[in-house]
Design a protein around this ligand. Structure first.
Ligand code: PLP
Length: 230
């Protein structure tokens, strides 16, 4: 068994444990392999081990991989997206996790209409309020989501967050709880056209905690592929 296959098996076991702890079926949690800087061969190993969602951060890199790898998996955009790259994003991705402002949403909506498709999106929330982080503030999320809900070619599927980095993953728990509670408050608003099925949270260091707190998509790079070489 390859190292990558082995890592994935262990991660799936941890996910299952966390899901059961939170009273959920392990099948409700999807594992995304974060493939930035990872070679095609190693991505293929992850796919062979059964991972079917790949997460990419950069348009250029994703474009090359998606157009040349010839594999039937889903590709999600998880990196910061500039509005002027929206047209490429619409062509390449099945879902975009990093929608945090109306200008970007409007541009994506326009480009999705032109391409004749509906784009699934998540709204990225900065729950910690750190200046350096992308994402809409929790307080502004309601207004952003109701505005995006009026766009015909975007479909809001849930929320995404990236807590601050901690040595101890337990320190990230309050941020995962905050995202889940925000999700519940948004659901209670019953905004037409808004679905809050997905919570994209948890990375290599803290995905176990994120799953315990309700994550439905965990975004894991290093724990699958080893440290990234830039
Ligand atoms: C790189 C990245 C990840 C994966 O991080 P690891 O610590 O390697 O698992 C997850 N989410 C986002 C948004 C990223 O940019």
């Amino acid at each position: 068994m390859s190292v990558i296959e082995d890592n994935i098996r262990e991660i799936r076991e941890n996910i299952a444990e966390g899901a059961l702890k939170s009273g959920r079926n392990p099948s409700e949690v999807k594992l995304m392999a974060v493939t930035k800087t990872v070679d095609d061969d190693r991505i293929l190993e992850a796919i062979e081990a059964g991972v079917d969602i790949m997460g990419e951060n950069y348009i250029q890199e994703a474009k090359r991989k998606i157009e040349t790898m010839g594999v039937d998996v889903k590709w999600h955009m998880i990196g910061h997206l500039q509005s002027n790259k929206a047209k490429y994003a619409v062509r390449l991705f099945d879902m975009i996790h990093s929608i945090d402002r109306m200008g970007l949403a409007a541009e994506l909506d326009k480009r999705s209409a032109a391409a004749g498709r509906i784009m699934d999106i998540l709204v990225e929330v900065n729950v910690s309020g750190e200046e350096s982080k992308n994402g809409v503030g929790a307080d502004e999320a309601f207004s952003l989501i109701s505005q995006i809900a009026r766009l015909d070619n975007l479909s809001i599927r849930g929320l995404m967050t990236m807590p601050p980095w901690f040595d101890d993953p337990e320190d990230a728990r309050p941020y995962f709880v905050a995202l889940r509670e925000l999700r519940d408050r948004i659901v209670a608003e019953e905004i037409p056209g808004v679905e809050m099925r997905e919570l994209s949270m948890g990375m290599s260091g803290d995905y176990r905690v994120a799953v315990e707190e309700g994550a439905t998509i965990v975004r894991v790079g290093t724990a699958i592929f080893g440290a990234r070489v830039y």
